[in-house]
Design a protein around this ligand. Structure first.
Ligand code: CA
Length: 230
């Protein structure tokens, strides 16, 4: 599944090589030359993964990783540190700062893509192709099919992503801002009421099998997908 990947790397040749490989694998690539640029990009669009160089001009990669971890909005954002160093203590410092994984340069494109897939599976299950089933409702990202008690359910692309996110993050309350970040990847240029419009469409599509009851409105907070009755 294509992911939005932010590459923070000051070396133009390496940045270009990584971006070309990611692009070739079907991912969308955002690029930053330093942490300040990256902060600006993250503010506009929440990426699915950050590839973060250790040695950056200005704010160091490690410091930026800590900053992402300390902000509620980016706390769970998968981070893969990239570095030319290979000393064990650097690796530990990177992981302690909140990085999910660590790649030592030079690395092969295959290794990079495998690591990205692995962190997405751990951190963001809605990004993987694994089918999910809750209370008789089944969603298969690989075939793009949704069924409710075996009956086919037709969904638009946004409703599909919304349902996928809900099903992989069930029983939790999500605010409209969080849903915009996670499902639309944007909370700046899309209005919050857009979320309500798509929730309404999703509920109406799920009525076929009665699974619309799984999407609960939490007054004053947002929405929750739950297999437990209120
Ligand atoms: Ca560098």
């Amino acid at each position: 599944m294509p992911a939005n990947i932010l590459v923070v790397e000051d070396e133009p040749a390496i940045q270009e090589l990584i971006a070309a490989n990611l692009h070739h694998a079907g991912h969308h690539v955002l690029r930053a030359n330093d942490a300040e640029e990256a902060i600006h990009l993250v503010r506009e669009t929440l990426p699915d993964v950050v590839l973060l160089d250790w040695m950056l001009p200005g704010m160091a990669g490690l410091q930026f990783a800590r900053r992402l971890r300390s902000d509620e909005r980016t706390r769970d954002l998968p981070i893969i540190m990239l570095t030319a160093r290979s000393e064990e203590h650097d690796k530990i410092a990177g992981l302690e700062a909140g990085a999910d994984d660590y790649l030592t340069k030079p690395f092969s494109p295959r290794e990079l893509l495998a690591r990205i897939k692995a962190v997405l599976r751990r951190r963001a299950p809605q990004m993987t192709e694994d089918a999910v089933e809750i209370g008789g409702l089944r969603l298969d990202p690989a075939t793009h099919r949704v069924t409710g008690d075996g009956r086919g359910i037709e969904l638009g692309p946004t409703e599909f992503r919304l349902l996928h996110f809900f099903m992989t993050h069930a029983e939790r309350v999500h605010t409209r801002t969080q849903l915009l970040d996670q499902v639309w990847g944007d909370h700046v240029f899309v209005e919050e009421r857009t979320v309500d419009v798509h929730i309404r469409r999703l509920r109406s599509a799920l009525e076929v099998s009665g699974h619309d009851r799984l999407i609960q409105t939490v007054r004053g907070s947002g929405y929750r997908f739950s297999a437990q009755t209120e």
